[in-house]
Design a protein around this ligand. Sequence first.
Ligand code: NDP
Length: 681
Amino acid sequence: MIPTLQSLIGGRWIGREAATPLHNALTGGLIYHTHADAIDFGEAVHYARKTGVPALMKLDFQQRAAILKALALYLVERKEELYAISHLTGATRADSWVDIEGGTGTLFAYASMGGRELPSSNVLHEGPAMALGKNGGFAGTHILVPRGGVAVHINAFNFPIWGLLEKFAPSFLAAMPCIGKPATATSYLTEAVVRMIHESGLLPEGALQLVIGSTGDLLDRLEGFDAVTFTGSADTAAKLRVNRNLVAHSVPFTAEADSLNCAILAPDVTPDDPEFDLFVKEVAREMTGKAGQKCTAIRRIIVPETMVDAVGTRLRERLAKVSVGDPSVEGVRMGALASKDQQRDVGERLALLAQGNEVLFGERDGFNPVGDGVADGAFFAPTLLLCRDGMANDAVHDVEAFGPVSTIISYHGIDQALALAARGKGSLVSTLVTREPAIAAYAVPMAAASHGRVLILESEAAVDSTGHGSPLPQLKHGGPGRAGGGEELGGIRAVRHFLQRAAVQGSPTMLAAVTGEYVRGARVQESEVHPFRKYFEELHIGDSLLTHRRTVSEADIVNFGGVSGDYFYMHFDEIAAKDTQFGQRIAHGYFVLSAAAGLFVSPAPGPVLANYGLDNLRFVAPVAIGDTIRARLTCKRKVDRNRTDDKGVGQGVVAWDVQVTNQHDELVASYDILTLVMKRT
Ligand code: NDP
């Protein structure tokens, strides 16, 4: 009995009747059917809006980040089940690792970045606030808030798990319920991971739905507060981007599409340099990893004309060693394409690329996939082409064979190499292999104009390099032009993409109330209780302390110089100091900082557990001998990360605004102090 895949709509699994057959990429055997049962997309959208949005909005950014972490841990424990299914897509263990553990790794990364960078509320302040008038009563700032809509994530066939999770994680943090639509060919693997997620019970109701098969009229039901992300072919992206309803409602549409990525061997590298091997290795890995079905794979190998033969020979040698077949067979390094359709498609595109170019390595070089029953598998031979005149040949820059196919293109001079790279009309990633910082400084800004990411590779970086082909959660993924013009990942940027930004104007007191952060000039509360003696729950934004004063003496400066060893002339050389912009000796900035701490701390043991750093430090004006300083300490921001220490004591993060002023009430130093504060409970 061939199982029928199911969609998860409105909290129920739907699908009994078989529809499209899906095949094992390695053997061609029938493994699943999609379902024929119609999906009510009205119900899906209604459920996301009416159940998903409120459930997600009951949580704050920090709580959602914690759920992502729990989900990642849950999936990691069950990863072997996913590896077993991933095998059917033709992937090797290493290929599947990128999809499965790359996916859970992305969840972990967003849990951690969310925990570090987002507030324990649903308002993200994009400060600082700025004064908009002369009297300090009117200010402006920006906030980012959940859009209250639904995120539809449409994915390509090549990363059925990572593709969903890398889009889901930031939109979930942004409190958007998600409707995931995997590419049909490998949707069985996405269905498996969504089943696990559903069974975990970790997500709020309505946070994730799954569409197997067509999206029907889903896009026609979206509104302006929703969002669509897409990964796949440029043709489909172009079609969906102009969907009348999406255009009419200004629904944000982000695309990752075709990309003819390149690797450039700079003119300084010779075959005797370790960088030459690095280049060849990187190209061979990108050609054969996931059988070349990576949006980031190197399609164009741009090398100096004098190096074409040497690169060609070394690549041929490497490719000849790549054993292709069923990845469960010992020694197999490259599996199959995801489907027969893909095999056909890659074959057709290779035929276009081969016109006018030489085939240096390919099927004729002993291609014979190994394994039982692989005769009907969707295998494709690693194929290396050579284009001797890349400026005259359009196909190498326009035709993306989404398989283990790449073309060496010769260049004359680095400017021509960069011109060839730009002929890709916008790509996700390029690699520049060079030993020369000056070449990198010249070439990278130009390459960056047409690429979403640039990897500079030499021996020093190679030790830890994550590789040309790996998008990282911390770094932006997406390229201009043909690559779709979208941006994904890139740390918290991706979460911001799913939030709505608004400028807010008003008095500092109002802005502080709205943003949940103290804004300079806002009303403060002073009380008998020192703010450092309050537990996390008892502290309020705006709780403030104005300290006693201290007059800075020459002895302070001399002593501080002695303690710190800092005898900079500005503090110690009367004559030299006269010639400076200050016209006299001044106190060390770090003395002012230390003296301010001495003014505002409450020394006895209390709820403040640690001071772990400073942000935004500025020494605004000099402090001279005889000046009198004081500090104002104000509770600026509280973040409840739901953490406890080793003894089980709860704690939260508190940032304090510090303003140090002189006897004329002029600001001399300004900064934020970051502390951990104990909870009472
Ligand atoms: P497609 O563009 O055909 O499909 C991508 C996704 O869009 C799939 O989920 C597909 O679903 C869906 N889709 C297709 N038509 C519609 C529609 N009218 N409305 C809504 N959804 C639609 O790309 P493939 O996944 O088949 O990959 C084909 C090519 O895309 C590759 O050969 C490669 O060139 C490129 N690609 C680029 C990537 C990149 O990031 N740069 C990544 C992967 C692929 P269904 O499968 O059900 O048709």
